[in-house]
Design a protein around this ligand. Sequence first.
Ligand SMILES: *Cc1c(COP(=O)(O)O)cnc(C)c1O
Length: 321
Amino acid sequence: MFVADFINGEWTDLRIEPYGSLDLHPANAALHYGQSIFEGMKAYKNEKGEILIFRGDANARRLNESAVRMCMPEIPEEIFMEGLLQLLDLDRDWVPSGKGASLYIRPYMFAMDNYIGVKPSDTYKFIIFTCPVGAYYSKPVSVKVETEFTRATEGGTGAAKTAGNYAASLFPALQAQRAGYDQLLWTDGKSHSKIEESGTMNVMFDINGTLITAPTNTGTILKGITRDSVIKLAKDWNKPLEERFLTVSQLEEALKNGSLKEAFGTGTAATIAHISKINVNGQDYLLPEKGPDAFSNKVLNELDGIKYGEIADTRNWIVKI
Ligand SMILES: *Cc1c(COP(=O)(O)O)cnc(C)c1O
């Protein structure tokens, strides 16, 4: 794993060391007060055995946006990328081959002060470790529109990839799983009337051929890199697209009158997760079977093609090792 320490106001002791346990003080500030942020990305192997990383610079920038919100130090993009590239070069045999398989990459940063008392830590640790994975959501997912619990509110930390957001989501997600759903569709914290996103995915709806996805300027929604990539492809393909909130009642209406052609989640783990069932206000709605000409298929094939080096990378999204 790649490790760097933030001490006396600078990142020092950049190193790759064997994957293993960490030695933490019982008063470690991250454990008590939650200064902890992370990223999720993947490395792919092409036919020639080269390793490809998809939009890693965007992950580096987003980690720093999370850092600013959580009063943590930014990590220079060169340290992030150089650490990642050297680690992957060393670990290239761990990148599995085959479509769908990849090496999951977890960069993260957390407070290292040993101090009881609420204040920003002065010291931090940044680590990148990896783990081979197969396809994440191979089957379609069922979701429940959550209108009681809240993931994020304006002014909160919803746009940061920070540990506490996920801790707070566990209880409501577990209730939904016990009721038979894979994931929640979160609504806005104030009125619970607008669809925001899912657990670790942004969501998109195709209503009568127009793609609708929530905007990311409220500070309540994680700015997904997959979301951004899908939007860029949709624009290149002249697919009608609206970055606006879909209300729960508009979703319910579209499910009832059949204008909802498809719904899917977007995220690094699943890339595109087809949604097959949505529960709104206690009522289950089944979505139409995904046809071969579905927009989500086209977008998944394009993104996978780029990530596995089968389609030319015309947007500068790939770094090869
Ligand atoms: C990570 C994450 C996403 C997806 O982001 P990608 O960059 O596409 O992987 C969406 N929502 C939440 C809450 C997330 O944590």
